[in-house]
Design a protein around this ligand. Structure first.
Ligand code: GDP
Length: 426
């Protein structure tokens, strides 16, 4: 039985949530293995429209077990609020269908505060953080200065560990940023309000997943963001602070011996990017506004208008390689239906030379896109369900991306709804 990772090929927001929502039907367990509440998956199904931030997208399927692995930034406050929102939509969320790793580190309230303080200090040099505390959280995790969720089960030990962390963190808050210190009472109040509510969900999810895999259950690993935001392989420093690539999935899920047999790379039919950082094929002005409107490109978490541009083949090919994608899901093809001609960025011009390879991040600022144009189809394709029923120009667009990336395109998505999908036998 194949385990599968669903990952973003580009900058994130490719439509991973809708692909997980579609494919969870074939899986017993869905695991989030990295990141926190700093991005959003939009899922539209029979319960309505949801923006998920930390919760796995398998929650909408009865019988599917959902897991938050050790690799996530466990923000108890945001998670509990998100659970309430999803429950209000009639979706069952309980310790029966949601398990949280005891090994997940806790995102503490000062992480969000520090994110804000640092972005304010940087002013116009800011990284474009969503201010959810992710970078300070992962910095502290790697510096061994946070606590594991399982420590909530040992309050005495937790109290002394947190007292030490409080003393250390206040040095930074007060002396570096001139901010208010945290008090033990305030911290315990937060733990009592939010941390306590995690307890019923805590489990040794590593063992659970290893046993499930041994027993032939199928596991779906769900990533947040995309290749270009991967801490090691992305557009550093404009990356996130965790690893978004599929190879990290078994580690962040706590079951390193459980491999991913399939990697579905989700790739949008054009490019979008939220936040700061180099974006070689970015469009501006009216052209950009038209595409943004057509695609409804506003951040699920922040509502920020996304930066948009034509499909970037150079970045996409790199994304496919870094994700070791076994197939692609090309999403939002319907959005391009308004265009007479569809430009795609085929190469970059770097240091006066054309290249098809994605360069080092520092060279991206000076890289210039080399476009070619493909014919548009100018008709509504949102009701098409078979590849052969797409207009010829739309089929050719898909085949062009397949050829250029060297990766079979198994899914073509033509609308946000669960069934707006074309499945190709590749
Ligand atoms: P994720 O973080 O990768 O899950 O992506 P987001 O949820 O941030 O962004 C994807 C957006 O596109 C959501 O609003 C989806 O409902 C929407 N969407 C996904 N696939 C399609 C599609 O094929 N066509 C259209 N028109 N919208 C889509």
């Amino acid at each position: 039985m194949a385990n599968c990772a669903i990952v973003g090929i580009n900058w994130g927001d490719e439509g991973k949530g809708r692909m997980v929502d579609l494919l969870t039907d074939h899986y017993d367990i869905v695991v989030r293995y990295q990141g926190g509440g700093n991005a959003g998956h939009t899922v539209i199904n029979e319960y309505g429209k949801f923006a998920l931030h930390l919760l796995p997208s398998g929650l909408f399927r009865p019988g599917v077990l959902n897991v938050l692995g050790n690799g996530v930034a466990l923000d108890a406050e945001n998670l509990m609020k998100e659970i309430e929102t999803v429950r209000a939509g009639g979706v069952n969320v309980s310790p029966e269908n949601l398990k949280i790793s005891c090994r997940a580190s806790l995102l503490l309230p000062w992480h969000r505060e520090l994110d804000e303080l640092e972005e304010n200090r940087l002013a116009d040099r800011k990284y474009g953080s969503t201010k959810q505390g992710i970078a300070p959280f992962y910095s502290d995790k790697y510096a061994k200065k946070t606590v594991l969720a399982g420590e909530l089960l040992r309050p005495d030990r937790l109290k002394s560990r947190l007292a030490g962390l409080l003393e250390w963190k206040n040095l930074t808050l007060e002396r570096v940023y001139g901010a208010e210190p945290w008090t033990e009472a305030r911290l315990w109040d937060w733990i009592g309000t939010w941390g306590e509510r995690l307890k019923p969900f805590l489990a040794d999810t590593g063992i659970l997943l290893q046993n499930a895999a041994r027993d032939g259950q199928r596991i779906l690993f769900e990533a947040q963001l995309g290749t270009l935001r991967d801490l090691d392989l992305g557009i550093y420093p404009y990356t996130t602070s965790s690893n978004t690539i599929a190879a990290y999935a078994p580690i962040g899920a706590g079951c390193p011996g459980v491999g991913t047999d399939e990697v579905v790379g989700v790739c949008k039919a054009y490019s979008t990017c939220v936040g700061e950082g180099p974006f070689v094929c970015e469009w501006f002005g009216e052209e950009a506004e038209k595409l943004r409107e057509a695609g409804g490109e506003y951040g699920a978490k922040t509502g920020r208008p996304r930066r948009v541009g034509p499909l970037d083949i150079v970045a996409t090919r790199y994304g496919v390689r870094m994700q070791a994608a076994t197939c692609l899901a090309l999403t939002k093809l319907d959005v391009l239906s308004y265009m007479d001609q569809i430009p795609v960025c085929e190469k970059y011009l770097v240091d006066g030379e054309e290249t098809g390879e994605f360069p080092l991040p520092m060279l991206l600022d000076e890289a210039r896109p080399v476009f070619r144009t493909l014919p548009g189809w100018k008709e509504d394709i949102s009701a098409v369900r078979r590849f052969e029923d797409l207009p010829e120009a739309a089929r050719n667009y898909v085949l062009f991306v397949e050829r250029e990336t060297g990766c079979p395109i198994r899914y073509v998505s033509v609308g946000p709804e669960r069934d707006s999908i074309i499945v190709r036998p590749v």
